[in-house]
Write a protein that binds this ligand. Structure first.
Ligand code: HEC
Length: 137
């Protein structure tokens, strides 16, 4: 085989494998195992709407009932995310811009495409309701 073609073929394989690895970083589907014990209180109004938005946009990483997803993302029902440490502003910013990993080792959070500030307001009502029901104030 022509040596140049061989080198080009090897370079292509390395590039494809590298790109697949790069694209998959932080996008692990996780095991689905929750990382926190979450009691779900009755939900109504904005919190109920927030639950649907959360399930559609956040739950694949942050887990069902925001209890985390092993291998994919942290629980938001966790003291780290209590209002005194992660204010509501942190949620708007995370949805808009994503978040650089700094508390956990799941990788970065990508921006939440198509999620508006209005949606985040409802998601916040949901997450804060869950937090309060689990003693996180
Ligand atoms: C692709 C996975 C993924 C999705 C989808 C996702 N997140 Fe995250 N999010 C993460 C990870 C991982 C972290 C933890 C980063 C770290 O190590 O601190 C995080 C962190 C956060 C934080 C904390 C940010 C900070 O300032 O520390 C908030 C708030 C948050 N997510 C809210 C949301 C909301 C709301 C949604 C849905 C609109 C969402 N996330 C969707 C993976 C995700």
């Amino acid at each position: 085989m022509n040596i140049r073609i061989a080198i080009a073929a090897v370079a292509l394989v390395v590039a494809v494998v590298g790109l697949r690895y790069y694209m998959s970083r932080g996008e692990s589907e996780g095991t689905g195992k929750p990382l926190a014990q979450v009691t779900v209180p009755p939900l109504s109004g904005e919190a109920k709407e927030g639950e649907a938005l959360f399930n559609a946009n956040c739950a694949k990483c942050h887990g069902e009932n925001a209890a985390g997803n092993e291998g994919a993302g942290p629980p938001l029902v966790h003291v780290i995310y209590q209002p005194g440490h992660h204010s509501d502003a942190a949620f708007y910013l995370a949805a808009r811009n994503g978040a650089i990993a700094h508390h956990w080792s799941f990788g970065n959070m990508p921006p939440a495409e198509g999620v508006t500030d209005d949606d985040v307001t409802k998601i916040l009502a949901y997450v804060r309701t869950l937090q309060r029901a689990n003693g996180i104030n």
